[in-house]
Design a protein around this ligand. Structure first.
Ligand code: HEC
Length: 105
C-alpha cells in the first residue's frame, strides 16, 4: 500500500513545481519595486526589514495587493508600471515578505 501514497506525493510535488514557475516575483521586484524598496526610499518598507514589514504582513497579502494596485502615500499605483498584472504584483509582494523573513503565500 505504500506505492500509491508515494505516487500521490509525487503528483503533489509536480503541482508545487508548476506553481513555482508562475510569475517571477524576484524579477518583478528587481525591475520595478527595488528602486524604492531596496533602500527604503520615500519611507517605503525596505527589503529585509522585518520590523517594517511585520505589521503590514499581518494585514494580509490581499490587503497589501490592494494597496499596491491603487498606490499608497508616495507609492504610485502598480509601482508606476500601469500594465503590471495583479499576479506579478502579488508575486513581488510575496517575494519581499519572504526576503524579510515572513512566511506569506
Ligand atoms: C516610487 C517608490 C516605490 C515603488 C517603485 C514601489 N513602492 Fe511600494 N511603497 C512605497 C512607499 C513609500 C510605501 C509606504 C507607503 C505608506 O505607508 O505611506 C510602499 C509600501 C508598499 C507596500 C505596503 C503597503 C501597506 O499596506 O502597508 C507594499 C505591499 C508595496 N509597497 C509593494 C510594492 C511592490 C510590489 C512594488 C513593485 C511592483 C512597489 N511597492 C514599488 C514606494 C514604492
Amino acid at each position: 500500500m505504500r506505492f500509491p501514497i508515494a505516487f500521490a506525493a509525487c503528483l503533489l510535488g509536480a503541482a508545487g513545481l508548476a506553481a513555482a514557475q508562475g510569475p517571477d516575483g524576484e524579477g518583478v521586484y528587481q525591475k520595478v519595486c527595488a528602486r524604492c524598496h531596496a533602500t527604503g526610499e520615500y519611507g517605503s518598507p525596505k527589503l529585509g526589514d522585518t520590523a517594517a514589514w511585520t505589521p503590514r504582513f499581518h494585514e494580509g497579502v490581499d490587503h497589501l495587493l490592494d494597496q499596491a494596485i491603487n498606490g499608497l502615500g508616495a507609492m504610485p499605483p502598480r509601482g508606476g508600471v500601469d500594465d503590471l498584472g495583479d499576479a506579478d504584483l502579488r508575486a513581488a509582494i510575496v517575494f519581499m515578505l519572504h526576503a524579510s523573513g515572513l512566511q506569506a503565500r
